[in-house]
Design a protein around this ligand. Sequence first.
Ligand code: ADP
Ligand code: MG
Length: 322
Amino acid sequence: MIKFEKVYKRYDDKAVVSDFTLNIKEGEFFVLIGPSGSGKTTTLKMINQLINLSEGYIRIQEKPISDFDLQELRWNIGYVLQQIALFPNMTVEENILIVPEMKKWSEEDMENRVIELLESVNMDPDKYRHRHISELSGGEQQRIGVIRALAADPDIILMDEPFSALDPITRNNLQKDVLKLQQKFKKTVVFVTHDMQEAISLGDRICLMNNGKIEQVGTANEILKNPANDFVRKFLQTGLPHYQEEKIVQHLIDGNYYSTTEIPANATISVADSVNDLIILLSKNEVVHVENSEDSSQIVITKNHLLDFLAYEATSSKEAEA
Ligand code: ADP
Ligand code: MG
């Protein structure tokens, strides 16, 4: 769907994106993650030609982006930014309809679209459509930012750290909305974040960038299970410690995420240690032995146990909020 072939972006002689080759599939929720300055925004903006690439090709449905009419390309790619780029003096409805207006949709189609989109994020159309943007909370504004990107039914949505300025609860709710919207409208989404937890909960696949280069591409599972190199391992270690900080290894035991086998284990952890310590140990070891004074059986936790536990936690925390 969106294919990068040996793409480079240089400023003067310095490459900020190098040798970037990647194929984002149709309907995929694709996450670009990496430290600040790693080239995420540059990569995203090259897709809708807000930044021109220096070398290589980006193709959308096989066609090089340079062959598209620029206006058409931008209209067919929704774009959501961290700093809310809505027009404060216009109403919610006027903001949502900017691109449909330019595309000369009929009044009836526009009317129906506004209602459909507001309802899809649980905002009562009668209550919200005529409000000014300045009368909305930050979270509501960012919801409008997201549905505005969908308004003219583009095939692709680009999102650049859209939720990083929001408080954690609002952020979590918007993540849920975005997943629902993507399933409902079946878009290809390219989503930039520097937050590993966000990447894991949203991404079908994740691309970890560093210094303009790809360190690893894969599902969250694949990356957590088999970090490609030390950079990925370190990134996971620093990126995940905020994850479920209050959780301890005992929670895995209570939930039956362990086995009692004779698998030899090189690493040992105690039931009172944090899940974060376990994540770090399991990024380097296949199996961790759990210290257990109660009886003599050998309790071990494998990468698969941990992933099942994290997946369960992720789903149940989402459901608790719903
Ligand atoms: P990220 O979004 O991952 O934080 P960016 O894509 O914004 O990273 O930037 C990648 C690198 O490119 C950074 O080192 C940044 O300083 C550099 N850069 C971005 N825009 C320009 C520019 N217009 N001129 C020179 N360097 C730039
Ligand atoms: Mg950026």
